[in-house]
Design a protein around this ligand. Structure first.
Ligand SMILES: Nc1ncnc2c1ncn2[C@@H]1O[C@H](COP(=O)(O)OP(=O)(O)OP(=O)(O)O)[C@@H](O)[C@H]1O
Length: 359
């Protein structure tokens, strides 16, 4: 028999005043893996997390931890008996307890009996030397690390994290995220992490659950969501997009960049041809001569620069095409600041183009 996932959520629905804010949500998280609930504000992420934790109740659906049902139509195991730990954005350490006492708070026997486990956990997040400090003596990042090991000390099978890094300085975040990830993997904890930041989800997740209006619109590895998005909105969640609109004629859509195959889309329907700014290729205009069409880049379209800005690692260059006056943006590594009006040729990397029915 195969091992059940550490956390499994089946057909979860939660309604407020008749409106489903969580709508038939299902997913599974194996031991040692991180699933990120990602989506815009109000899409139902926190409600899902609260129901799994047991602090809110679903109208329909089942939740199991290591194959044991903790909540379904008839059964409600209380939060403290679900082996689920919590770490929220506004986590608070107990100010009158030392770091060791904070970490040992949920453990039988307190800090004295658990000194070794507490010290080991604190060492893992480089906080061993602060074991006898008090919360007011810690920085934001240090407090966050203590809160993390406090949540992990009782060895929860599942850890729920709601925007746990959002209070931190941007430069601290990536380091703490990576430390957290390493510790969670070692402990074999299944993690459900709520975030509205695509960068955080890409960095942390084994699996992203992208939510919109209460439903999971796409789930899978970060690579799959980025490279094979289900629709334009999913694609647009991870980066800015260039969008060309067109109408299908004979399974083809015409654009200034040549024809695009749109098989299976009925004639006359509108489609959107989408490409990320880093996948737009640019070439200088040599006496009006453009690069020859290739299978890789398709046909080049003539365009003029409207604005160029230097962003540090890359430059952001905006164009307008001669044909159809389409506004497009390209990102170019390093410093590339052509003056407005500069004529150039643009190409779309064909393997990076997505074609979607117009939403
Ligand atoms: N107790 C409640 N009563 C009524 N409506 C609620 C309640 N809790 C949440 N909602 C509504 O449910 C929807 C989903 O809320 P939820 O907090 O789950 O979203 P979220 O994706 O976590 O958003 P954010 O990123 O802003 O925290 C929202 O429209 C919210 O207003």
């Amino acid at each position: 028999m195969s091992t059940p996932p550490r956390l499994e959520v089946q057909n979860l629905t939660r309604r407020f005043a008749g409106r489903a804010v969580v709508d038939d949500v299902s997913f599974a998280v194996p031991a040692g893996q991180v699933a990120c609930l990602l989506g815009p504000s109000g899409c139902g992420k926190s409600t899902t997390l609260r129901i799994v934790a047991g602090v809110d109740t679903q109208d329909e659906g089942r939740i199991t931890v290591d194959g044991r049902t903790v909540s379904d139509d008839g059964l409600r195991i209380p939060p403290e008996q679900r082996a689920i730990g919590l770490m929220f954005q506004d986590f608070a350490l107990f100010p009158h307890l030392s770091v060791a006492e904070n970490v040992a708070f949920g453990l039988k026997g307190g800090a004295g009996a658990n000194r070794r486990r507490v010290a080991e956990l604190l060492d893992r997040v480089q906080m061993g030397s602060h074991i006898d400090s008090y919360p007011h003596e810690l920085s934001g990042g240090e407090s966050q690390r203590v809160a993390l090991v406090r949540a992990l000390a009782p060895r929860p099978r599942v850890l729920m994290m709601d925007e746990p890094f959002s209070g931190l300085d941007e430069r601290l975040r990536d380091g703490i995220r990576d430390e957290t990830l390493a510790l969670l993997k070692d402990e074999g904890t299944a993690v459900l992490l709520v975030t509205h930041e695509p960068h955080e989800a890409m960095r942390m997740a084994d699996q992203i659950l992208l939510m919109r209006d209460g439903r999971i619109v796409q789930q899978g590895a970060p690579y799959n969501l980025y490279n094979a998005p289900a629709d334009r909105k999913v694609a647009g969640f991870f980066s800015d997009l260039n969008v060309l609109s067109g109408r299908v004629k004979g399974a083809l859509t015409h654009t200034p960049f040549g024809e695009f195959l749109t098989p299976g889309v009925p004639d006359g329907s509108e489609v959107e041809i989408v490409i990320r700014p880093q996948h737009l290729k640019i070439d200088f205009d040599r006496n009006g001569q453009g690069p020859a069409p290739t299978p890789e880049n398709g046909t080049a379209a003539h365009a003029r620069v409207t604005r160029a800005r230097y962003l540090g690692r890359e430059s952001l260059v905006e164009f307008v095409t001669d044909e159809d006056a389409i506004a497009l943006t390209a990102t170019v590594p390093g410093v590339f600041l052509p003056p407005p009006g500069t004529p150039m040729w643009l190409m779309l990397r064909r393997d990076r183009v997505f074609v979607f029915p117009k939403l």
